[in-house]
Design a binder for this molecule. Structure first.
Ligand code: ATP
Ligand code: MG
Length: 740
């Protein structure tokens, strides 16, 4: 085969600047691309894969690329296929977790796992920990389940098995380690694998099987990792082991966007990489292609408040753009109203809804935003909140499906043994647990034994037998059916559909719809294109990979990706993405930066990086909003504007008042209460003065709260949020409002 000269493949280099070209076309050794947000790191990664295949003649089979989410993996595959004009079935692109899972599934025997091992998510994990504490009579105040869970995950992220944890004679730590050990035993018995275990097991699999390791080292000529700043110790070790001496490794990252330190990510992996991977070629990208210069300048100013940065320049040739708008809501409802009103204006201006994102620090903030969106009939989609695969009804259906594959899956059995209710009480379940524990068997086995020897008889015994029969029957009935038919059948015969149909109100309806959506997901799965799907086949053989995909996808997949919806997500899940219009909501002290991080300088810097990530998601227009009064954990608290607002250059900001009118520059408002609004209003001398937050009554609309006020005298207007009637603007002179 003739050599292909770079000229022939120029389309691959066409849309790149010189530094990007250098990175894409560098020879096959190790490479680090260190660069700020929006400078084309992900783009370089994709083009480099294409280059390696077209010019360096690597087979897709020889490439392994790690992305941060499954969604990013799908996008990368699509972009590659478009660049190369061919379909790429053999290329391994995925998250660390999905790649680890793939290895374990292929080599389950060498990994000492049952063939149908199941992935459990953090919810299942917590449930398991709680049960352990209870079973062993351990005080859950001294050993809070979440802390135990955190400890176990932390150990796994550091690559430590129970016997490797140093307790230095510390009794508390000793107990933790014992819990870790018991937890692991339960997992082993049930064939359960948590997220940390996926990584640790696959690392051990490669490490302890020289033959396998040699095979994969031979196979993968080049490994690539996006968002490298957020890899943890285990992932780094995994990469190093797999790469060995031969493979080339390309990693791209930005130390200023390291936001997972709290979950074990090690930003120092960037420096380690330069030192430990031989002859690393480092490339810096400095031109930002994403944001207006107003947005980029704000981001640069913000992040300059952090110490110990690796230091990068970032500039843009783009336009200055509009200033960053700051809105101080009177309360969280008012903040949400402003956001949704503004979105409506943007849509009228011609933006698609999917081009608009609302980002927030904590999941709990989404509820008020969601309710406002729903009230105003604005379609939206949530990433990372109550995700589809984490919804109760879906998890129940999946639990039945898992039991079909593996009766010893205790977590699933416990989940659905009495859902829908079939007369198996907590006491009966206790008896089963106790028996399972003392005899070292699964709950399923304990159930059979207890019915068999009469430990559980009468009504309880009958109910248990009925449950066991149901599972066997589902298994028999579904033999030979196609995947989506299996799920339809299980939904119906288990009683789950009827159970939710009988629930009152919209919630039950939504749950039935979600169960139906699961059937759609199964159909899409068997027709789909991811590697797991291709291997799956159609019938019951597809069930196990489908369940695995569901567990892995719980992180970021949503059903109707193509509907034009406003995008809601936490700042953490916005990493790597970009949107023409971005709102960051709740920019308040205690919320963002989060109060848990305010005392520790290190944590505060991580919050600032998170803010930097948020700001740099915006392409054309950025809004920062906050509420002066917010309902948090059941009580109303006064909030102050976030310090991050003060760290932005004043000349780049403008305060927004009602309906997008700009009232005054933000400067005047840098008081302790932040950006103040008109606080009170009256229709004239001698008439009552109404203030923000005051409750009033209206003859027609009933009772409500004043959200906003404008003008004085005969031009005075107030916005009132009426219970049942929604928000209304009223001219004070006419409105006949009575203060309450
Ligand atoms: P982040 O740090 O947020 O992950 P990134 O460095 O990965 O960002 P990309 O997402 O790859 O940046 O690129 C940002 C945007 O700039 C994308 O829309 C991309 O298509 C565009 N872009 C990158 N390089 C160029 C270029 N040379 N010419 C035109 N557009 C570019
Ligand atoms: Mg990127």
């Amino acid at each position: 085969m003739d050599d292909v000269s770079p000229g022939d493949v120029s389309p691959l280099l066409d849309d790149l600047n010189p530094a990007q070209r250098e990175a894409v076309s560098a020879p096959q050794g190790n490479m680090l691309v260190l660069a700020g947000a929006g400078s084309g790191k992900t783009r370089v990664l994709v083009h480099r894969i294409a280059w390696l295949m077209q010019v360096e003649r690597l087979s897709p089979y020889a490439i392994l690329a790690v992305t941060f989410t499954n969604k990013a993996a799908r996008e990368m595959r699509t972009r590659l296929e478009a660049l190369l004009g061919l379909s790429l079935r053999n290329i391994w692109v995925g998250t660390f977790h999905s790649i680890a899972h793939r290895l374990l599934r292929t080599h389950w025997q060498d990994a000492r796992l049952p063939q149908h091992f199941q992935i459990i998510d953090s919810d299942d994990q917590l449930r398991l920990v709680k049960r352990l504490l209870k079973d062993h009579g351990i005080d859950d105040e001294r050993y809070p389940p979440r802390q135990v869970q955190y400890f176990i995950s932390g150990c796994k992220e550091e690559g430590l098995r129970p016997h490797q944890v140093q307790t230095h004679g510390d009794a508390y730590l000793g107990q933790m380690v014992e819990l870790y050990e018991r937890y692991q035993l339960t997992c082993e018995r049930g064939g359960l694998v948590d997220f940390g275990e996926l990584l640790l097991r696959s690392l051990e699999l490669l490490r302890d099987n020289p033959r396998l390791l040699a095979h994969y080292r031979e196979r993968f000529a080049h490994l690539l990792v996006d968002e490298f700043q957020d890899t943890n110790t285990l992932q780094y070790a995994w990469l190093k082991l797999l790469a060995g001496e031969q493979a080339g490794v390309t990693v791209v990252g930005d130390d200023d966007q390291s936001i997972y330190g709290w979950r074990g990510a090690r930003v120092e992996n960037i420096r380690r990489f330069e030192q430990e991977f031989k002859n690393t070629h480092t490339v810096r990208l400095e031109q930002n292609y994403r944001s207006t210069s107003a947005i980029l300048d704000a981001a640069n100013a913000l992040i300059s408040h952090n110490a110990g940065r690796m230091g990068k320049e970032l500039w843009t040739a783009g336009v200055k753009g509009e200033p960053i708008s700051v809105y101080a809501g009177f309360n969280d409802l008012d903040e949400a109203r402003f956001i949704v009103d503004t979105i409506r204006e943007k849509v009228d201006e011609g933006f698609h809804r999917r081009e608009i994102a609302i980002l927030y620090r904590s999941n709990a903030q989404s509820r008020v935003l969601e309710e406002t969106l729903i009230r105003q009939g604005m379609p939206y989609r949530i990433y990372g909140g109550q995700r589809f695969y984490e919804r109760l009804e879906i998890k129940n259906a999946l639990a039945y499906l898992r039991l079909l594959l593996n009766r010893d899956d205790d977590a699933s059995l416990e989940r659905v043994i009495n859902v829908p209710a079939r007369g198996i009480g907590t006491r009966t379940v206790e008896i089963l647990r106790e028996r399972a524990r003392s005899q070292g068997v699964s709950l399923w086995q304990a159930l059979h034994d207890s019915v068999g020897d009469g430990t559980c008889k009468g009504r309880a015994g009958n109910a248990l037998s009925a449950f066991a029969n149901l599972i066997e029957r589902l298994d028999n009935d579904t033999a030979g059916l196609r995947l989506h038919e299996i799920i339809t059948h299980v939904n119906e015969i288990s009683g789950l559909i009827d159970h939710h149909r009988n629930e009152k109100g919209e919630k039950g309806q939504a749950r039935v719809e979600n169960l139906e959506e699961l059937v759609n997901a199964a159909r899409a799965f068997t027709q789909g294109e991811t590697p797991l799907m291709q291997e799956a086949g159609e019938g019951a053989a597809a069930l196990e990979p489908f369940l695995a995909e569901a567990a892995l996808n719980a992180g970021d997949h949503e059903a109707d990706e193509f509907e034009d919806c406003v995008q809601l997500m936490t700042l953490h899940s916005a990493k790597g993405l970009e949107f023409p219009v971005v709102f960051i909501a709740g920019v308040e002290e205690g919320l963002f930066p989060h109060k848990m991080s305010m005392e520790e300088p290190g944590r505060l810097e991580e919050e600032r990086r998170l803010c930097y990530v948020g700001v740099t998601r915006a392409m054309h227009k950025l809004y920062l909003t906050y509420a002066e009064l917010r309902r948090l954990h059941g009580k109303e608290t006064f909030q102050r504007a976030s310090r991050f607002l003060r760290e932005l250059p004043e000349e780049l900001l403008e305060e927004v008042r009602l309906r997008g009118q700009i009232s005054r520059p933000v400067t005047a408002a840098r008081s302790s209460r932040g950006l103040a609004q008109q606080e009170s209003v009256t229709a004239g001398d001698g008439l009552p003065t109404l203030s923000l937050g005051q409750r009033v009554s209206h003859p027609l609309f009933g009772e409500g709260v004043i959200l906003n006020a404008e003008g004085q005298g005969e031009r005075a207007r107030v916005q009132v949020s009426f219970e049942g009637e929604g928000d209304k603007w009223l001219v004070l002179g006419f409105a006949k409002l009575t203060p309450l």
